[in-house]
Design a protein. Structure first.
Length: 654
């Protein structure tokens, strides 16, 4: 009688014989516990590694499926070939391996076509894996995949591959499989085919042994390199020694770059490699590669190899590892080869060297930070105290600062939306950049030290007149050059700079500090957004600034001239301009008319308009004094149009 797959029972399969054992046809069978299988999986994974254990289990499952398909073919009088194929589903359940629940069954035995999909419920293999190991990154029902592939390939007469797409072993809610013939899979399944190739377990063990020996050799060399690199740091040697030691160990070119991709140290044959050159020419890379480079360099925390560079005209395949100090990238180590293949030890050694570089940088950074903090605390005392005692001046002399030389007080104010300056990484980057620029100027000129201190979102510095002369810059141009350099490296930076009048000696620094602060106050409410502001530009109203709040002065000027200011904007008139030049020319009607290209009648009309519309009578001496003061405040606060100031300069030239 013809039989269907779903009617088979365990008693149909086994012939019980206590003396000779259990038999399926002429093949001896035995029962085994799931826990024993779990122990086998554990031993295989620990001995071979997960990838080789996977290949072994897939091949073992494939052979089991093939053998059972052949045995079942002759055991029963199948209703048709499709029922023989579906017998594999029944065998899963009867053997206790899993309950197979198909949700799609498309089997055409005549044309040898198979396309099935379903779930493996209560997979013993996934459950045992989770008892031995934590959740894996991919499905783990390797035996079930292999068994289904072997059974269906044998019964259909054409190569079939099953693939698990979801698995409880990787944290999914169920084990979900898809099975197809190779022609239906196409290229999607080609990487899995190698896992079914016959390979003896002895070969796997031999490869595992060789791998362990290789790892042991890497460990030995790694420990030796670590000891050598640690010795470099303990002896106080620098990045050159680190690059040399790493290059000799790997027999490769080595480049150590800073966080701006500029080369700090190099060793060996580095070909035409330059990380800075790669960054500057990244527009030559396609969009995918640009994204890869940008992401790697912005938030890099692991080693990466830029294999595509060879295709873009570069002559190398760099392996780049970040140097990370206190969770921030401070630079990069690049291993330079003209071969695409990188050995395992090269990546490992680069990471060890990066850690040693980080330790070296941290040591230097700590020493510099300690020295700069001491200098900063000293400068804070100098700025805050009106009268300096002899101890402070002695300390300044010991630090090499010329206390009797004239200097300026610069205050760099970081305009940022965040109020938590201590935790704001952008502000910290900006502060560090400004201080490094100032130190660069200081180190480039012999005998000219710059004292720097910082607090919250502000940096204070004493800049000597001699240093400005050596740079061939005025105090204003010096501030502008720093502003431009900061903007070039941090385009979104918002920086204001206040500069004092010249301080003849260190004893006048407190006064200069107050002047620089006043200049900053004006800069912060400056309507023209002037970013470098000199106290000397404030003029005689500086006396009032010492006694009053800048906002009060602006309110005073607005009370007198505010309505005229608004009228000029709305009507495009030039009444403020007229007042400015009229007063600057000692109320000379003819002279002012010539400068403004007006007729005498036009000048008289404007003065009459001011009197009638705004109650500004320029014949009254009190009114003239008030208007003059208000205009001076507007000039200091940057509220007069640029053209007015330019013409004012032309008048002075004449």
């Amino acid at each position: 009688m013809a039989i269907k797959a779903n009617t088979i029972t365990l008693s149909d399969l086994l012939k019980m014989n206590p003396e000779n054992g259990n038999f399926l046809q002429s093949h001896r069978m035995f029962l085994s516990s799931a826990d024993a299988w779990g122990a086998l999986i554990k031993d295989l994974v620990l001995a071979l590694g997960i990838e080789r254990a996977k290949r072994f289990l897939l091949r073992y499952g494939y052979q089991c499926g093939r053998h059972e398909a052949l045995m079942l073919k002759d055991k029963f009088n199948w209703e048709n070939k499709k029922e023989w194929i579906m017998g594999g589903v029944t065998m899963h359940g009867l053997s206790g391996r899993t309950t197979s629940v198909p949700i799609k069954v498309d089997i055409d035995t005549k044309n040898q076509k198979l396309d099935v999909e379903g779930f493996w419920n209560d997979s013993y293999e996934a459950q045992q894996y989770l008892q031995q190991f934590s959740i894996h990154s991919e499905p783990v029902c390797y035996f079930l995949e292999g068994y289904a592939s072997g059974y269906c390939s044998t019964s259909l007469g054409k190569k079939v591959v099953f693939k698990e797409v979801e698995c409880i072993g990787k944290g999914d809610p169920h084990c979900h499989f898809v099975g197809k013939t190779l022609d239906l899979w196409g290229d999607e399944i080609s990487p899995e085919l190698v896992d079914y190739e016959r390979e003896d377990i002895r070969d796997e063990l031999d490869q595992a042994h060789k791998r362990i020996e290789r790892q042991s050799e890497i460990l030995k060399r790694g420990n030796l390199l670590s000891n050598q690199l640690t010795e470099i740091v303990l002896q106080g040697k620098g990045l050159d020694s680190i690059a040399q030691t790493l290059g000799r160990s790997l027999k490769c070119g080595i480049v150590i770059s800073n966080k701006d991709f500029e080369t700090l140290s190099e060793y060996g044959d580095i070909l035409d490699y330059s990380l800075k050159n790669i960054i500057e020419n990244k527009e030559n890379l396609d969009s995918l590669d640009q994204a890869k480079v940008n992401e790697m360099l912005k938030q890099q925390t692991t080693t990466i190899q830029l294999n595509f560079l060879k295709e873009q005209g570069f002559s190398h395949y760099p392996l780049i590892t970040p140097i990370i100090v206190q969770n921030r990238v401070y630079g990069y180590i690049s291993i330079i080869k003209n071969s695409k293949e990188m050995e395992e030890l090269e990546s490992s050694f680069a990471e060890r060297a990066a850690n040693i570089c980080a330790l070296h940088i941290l040591n230097e950074k700590t020493a510099i930070d300690t020295e700069q903090r001491m200098k900063g605390e000293l400068l804070d005392e100098v700025l805050q105290k009106p009268n300096l005692d002899s101890n402070i001046t002695k300390k300044l002399s010991f630090l090499g600062y010329k206390i009797n030389k004239p200097h300026y007080v610069f205050i760099f104010n970081l305009q940022n939306q965040s109020f938590d300056f201590q935790k704001d990484e952008f502000v910290n980057d900006e502060k560090e950049l400004i201080m490094n620029i100032l130190r660069k100027y200081s180190s480039s000129i012999a005998g000219e030290n710059i004292l720097i201190s910082h607090s919250f979102g502000q940096i204070q510095a004493l800049i000597s007149v001699d240093l400005l002369k050596a740079c061939n810059k005025s105090e204003e141009k010096f501030g502008i050059s720093i502003l431009k350099e900061v903007k070039r490296k941090l385009p979104s930076a918002q920086l204001l700079i206040g500069i004092s009048n010249i301080c003849p000696s260190i004893h006048r620094t407190h006064e200069g500090y107050k002047q620089a602060k006043k200049a900053l106050e004006i800069a912060q409410i400056n309507k023209l957004q002037q970013q470098v502001f000199l106290f000397s530009a404030i003029g005689h109203i500086s006396i009032l600034l010492d006694a009053r709040n800048p906002q009060e002065l602006e309110n005073y000027a607005d009370n007198i001239l505010g309505s005229i200011y608004d009228y000029d904007i709305q009507k495009s008139s030039e009444l403020l301009k007229t007042l400015y030049f009229y007063l600057n020319n000692e109320c000379n009607l003819h002279k002012t008319a010539r400068i403004l290209n007006l007729s005498i009648g036009g000048m008289r009309y404007r003065l009459a308009n001011l009197k009638e519309r705004f109650n500004i009578d320029m014949m009254d001496s009190t009114t003239r004094r008030e208007v003059q003061m208000a205009l001076d405040i507007y000039v200091a606060f940057g509220k007069l149009p640029d053209i007015l100031l330019e013409q004012g300069e032309d008048t002075m030239d004449h």
